[in-house]
Design a protein around this ligand. Structure first.
Ligand SMILES: Cc1cc2nc3c(=O)[nH]c(=O)nc-3n(C[C@H](O)[C@H](O)[C@H](O)COP(=O)(O)OP(=O)(O)OC[C@H]3O[C@@H](n4cnc5c(N)ncnc54)[C@H](O)[C@@H]3O)c2cc1C
Length: 500
């Protein structure tokens, strides 16, 4: 059995030392913990989590209908079969993660209500000293670790992003952000306006439609939606044939990935044809009389943002029933009764839901120092989108946005484990990404190419994010099709990782 913690002499008196300290008990942190335990039973590790339980995103979000928008065959771990419908509710995802914690014996390693505040690297000590606030009693606790593995996601869990509109304080109804959904919010028979048109709005609108008087999805501009049955025919067939769950998981993953790659290729090679195909399906759902041009024809080309899957076409069913509608336009101001659009249209509401996105946060708001110097991650260049130039013994799991996040989490876990193994072989204690002589003067590009992928929350926070370069291994492509081959084959001894 793996040691939960080991008592090594630490530079801070009273500090608890582990080999690997994982920050965050969402899907990425659990993935990292599984890999450390499985690949390195001798390494001690602990997972620190601010919230009172595991699940991250799937614990934080409690709005009506909350569910995944990608399929669980690829959003689930590569190593634990998914056996349900492809699109899953938050409850189903938490059940899957809960089973994982039990099956893998990971539960004793997690410390809840432990918020990581600072991380200081000491070159002489070759370790991180991490200050943690214990939310239970407000006490500060110190951990030291050889390797710090940041699995804290990409947005601030405490609050969502709500733009400021004139007159917001005049609104007499209830204003809610989906990230802070009040458990006792009674919306039966109420008029509701949901501001936004992303996956969150497209989930909330059909989930609330049957109970409200009316619900309006108010969007500045349209999004691509793809309706489809929430079932996977191939998985159903294989299940019917009594094929083992592990096989079904792998086969269906491959099929989903192939289909996704085909869409991505089509988006690149024939964007207009794909656009017309996607819009044509919406037209079929809503009928020729519906104004699809105004409400469901995006200004951007497909694939610049995640395609929002609509399981069983429930959003369109809500619109067809007359209980839900879409308004497209810019907000002029809020007033006592609701929202006034620049077009002069007034949308009355008892409840306004601001499904306006996230507050991007870099590395969990942890304050980093290396040998007493503060680290600004915007000054670093990323090593394969998971480590940073000049930052020793630290990795970050940042998944895919258009493909399932976890596909990348698994790839990063395997790469980090390979690096640990190489360090053990070399007897190295420290690994630091460093630009090679041939990389001097390399172009510094944004973390994610805005021409390629450009949702609002990334655009707002891009200047805070690390940079990428213009060549391997400093590129961060967000492309699973490339990385699935590149990561396992990556030469860790090409001079860009310094082992000491
Ligand atoms: C509503 C919603 C639906 C989504 N659906 C999909 C989907 O279908 N497919 C997909 O691929 N992606 C989806 N995403 C993106 C999603 O966030 C990721 O896919 C995935 O859940 C991220 O997992 P994670 O563990 O990396 O981060 P998170 O789920 O964000 O978890 C990070 C954890 O780290 C903790 N933490 C952060 N900072 C600290 C700190 N300083 N100290 C201690 N703990 C800390 C947080 O409390 C949190 O529990 C969705 C996002 C949202 C909001």
């Amino acid at each position: 059995m793996t040691a939960v913690t080991q008592a090594f002499p630490a530079s801070s008196p009273g500090a608890e030392h582990v080999d690997v300290l994982i920050v965050g008990a969402g899907i990425s942190g659990i993935d990292a913990a599984y890999h450390v335990q499985k690949e390195f039973p001798g390494k001690s590790f602990v997972v620190l989590e601010t919230q009172e339980t595991f699940g991250g995103t799937w614990h934080t979000h409690k709005y009506p209908g909350v569910r995944s928008d990608s399929d669980l065959y690829t959003f689930g771990f590569k190593w634990k079969p998914w056996v349900g419908a492809p699109i899953a509710t938050a409850e189903e995802i938490k059940k899957y993660l809960n089973e994982t914690l039990d099956e893998q014996g990971l539960r004793p390693h997690i410390r809840y209500r432990h918020k990581v505040k600072t991380a200081q690297w000491s070159t002489p000590d070759q370790r991180w000293t991490v200050t943690v606030e214990r939310l239970e009693d407000g006490a500060l606790q110190t951990f030291t670790c050889n390797f710090l593995w940041m699995c804290q996601g990409y947005y601030r869990h405490e609050q969502g992003y709500t733009p400021e509109w004139p007159g917001m304080d005049r609104f007499k109804g209830v204003l809610v952000h989906p990230q802070r959904w009040p458990e006792d919010l009674d919306y039966r028979g109420k008029k509701v306006v949901v501001i936004g048109s992303g996956a969150t709005a497209a989930t909330i609108v059909p989930a609330m439609a049957k109970d409200v008087e009316h619900i309006t999805m108010l969007q500045r501009s349209p999004t691509y939606f793809t309706p489809g049955a929430n079932r996977n025919e191939l998985a159903d067939l294989l299940r019917d044939l009594d094929v083992p769950a592990e096989w079904i998981h792998e086969i269906v993953r491959r099929k989903v990935l192939k289909d996704t790659a085909n869409i991505a290729r089509l988006a690149f090679e024939q964007p207009e044809a794909l656009k017309q195909q996607l819009i044509g399906v919406v037209r079929q759902e809503l009928g020729e009389d519906y104004d699809v041009d105004t409400h469901f024809t995006p200004k951007y080309m497909p694939w610049r943002q995640r395609l929002a899957f609509v399981p069983n076409g429930d959003l369109f069913e809500g619109i067809r029933s007359g209980k839900a509608s879409v308004a497209t336009g810019h907000i002029e101001s809020f007033n006592e009764k609701g929202v006034l659009l620049q077009s002069g249209e007034q949308l009355d509401a008892d409840i306004i839901v601001t499904a306006t996105g996230f507050d991007l946060c870099v590395l969990g708001d942890v304050v980093f120092e290396i040998d007493g110097e503060s680290v600004d991650f915007a000054d670093t260049v990323t090593y394969r989108g998971c480590m940073f130039s000049g930052v020793p013994n630290m990795a970050w799991i940042f998944g895919y946005f258009r493909a399932s996040w976890t596909l990348r989490a698994d790839l990063v876990c395997e790469l980090v484990c390979r690096m640990f193994r190489l360090m053990d072989e070399k007897g190295a204690k420290v690994v630091t990404p460093q630009l090679r002589p041939e990389d001097e003067g390399m172009q510094r590009l944004p973390w994610i190419d805005p021409e390629n992928f450009n949702p609002g929350y990334l655009a707002r926070g891009m200047h805070l994010m690390p940079r990428q370069g213009d060549r391997e291994p400093w590129i961060f492509t967000q492309d699973y099709d490339k990385e699935k081959d590149e990561f396992p084959a990556a030469n860790l001894e090409d001079g860009s990782l310094i082992f000491t």
